[in-house]
Write a protein that binds this ligand. Structure first.
Ligand code: FES
Length: 248
């Protein structure tokens, strides 16, 4: 009997969450499947980390099934590295965890697409032409003073930056960081420069680089830098103009 973890990228709305619940329910009804959980690699709960914690109670082999199309190889690498990092820092015994290739590599994809096209024919909604575009609503210019840029360049993605982004966003929501302290907003960016320090994030207005950041590092940066304005020196890298390597 299989234990399956459906891994999506992110979900921020109830509708997306319900879609994942539906996929979970359909998967668990398949023959030979004992247990199905779902998780989000980036923003949204349950996170990959919390799903793994739940599966550890069972101590049976787990297969992670990424349900993304397409799946960048760097995404799989990032997930693997994050799992290895969490496992390395965890004294509990871990079950065997495997990760499947991309969803679209499955041989049944053609049949799945055929069924989907048939259903789509019945359910698709027509986008009607409108003569007057909807009026734009006004925008509030954010008062937040702090910005966290989370690098999503190739080397950072391979080092698990998507999981770091997801953890930061989940914490930002949980702690109401937009309105707490001086107010924080966050954004994904392309390469920030110091790729050898991946995964990298940068906190403004100071422009402080943090490299080799994991979830515990994000927690410290939130607690110290974002909420109290104090740079976390042992995680920070100053732009010295000379080559710097990851500590430890
Ligand atoms: S890819 Fe992240 S700093 Fe270059």
């Amino acid at each position: 009997m299989k234990n399956i973890l459906l891994l999506a990228r992110s979900a921020t709305t109830g509708a997306a969450l319900r879609e994942m619940e539906g996929l979970r329910d359909q998967t668990v009804s398949l023959p030979g499947v004992a247990r199905v959980l779902f998780a989000f690699a980036e923003e949204g709960t349950p996170s990959l980390r919390s799903a793994i914690d739940e599966l550890m109670q069972v101590q049976e082999p787990v297969m992670i099934l990424p349900i993304l199309v397409p799946v960048e190889p760097s995404f799989i690498t990032g997930v693997k590295r994050s799992l290895q990092r969490w496992q390395g820092a965890d004294t509990r015994p871990w079950p065997e965890i495997r990760i499947a290739p991309g969803f679209s590599r499955q041989t049944m994809m053609r049949e799945l697409l055929a069924a989907t096209v048939d259903a789509a024919e019945r359910e698709a909604v027509t986008i009607e032409k409108v003569t007057t575009p909807p009026a734009l609503e006004g925008s509030v210019v954010p008062a937040q003073r702090r910005r966290v840029l989370v690098c999503q360049g190739g080397p950072c993605i391979r080092a698990g930056a998507e999981m770091i982004w997801g953890h930061l966003r989940n914490e930002q929501k949980r702690l109401s960081l937009r309105t707490t302290g001086e107010g924080t907003m966050s954004a994904k960016t392309s390469c920030l420069g110091p790729c050898s320090l991946a995964p990298v994030l940068q906190v403004w207005p100071e422009g402080t680089f943090y490299g080799g950041v994991d979830e515990a590092g994000v927690d410290r940066i939130v607690e110290s830098h974002l909420l109290r304005g104090e740079v976390v020196d042992d995680l920070a890298y100053l732009p010295t103009g000379t080559k710097q390597r990851l500590r430890g």
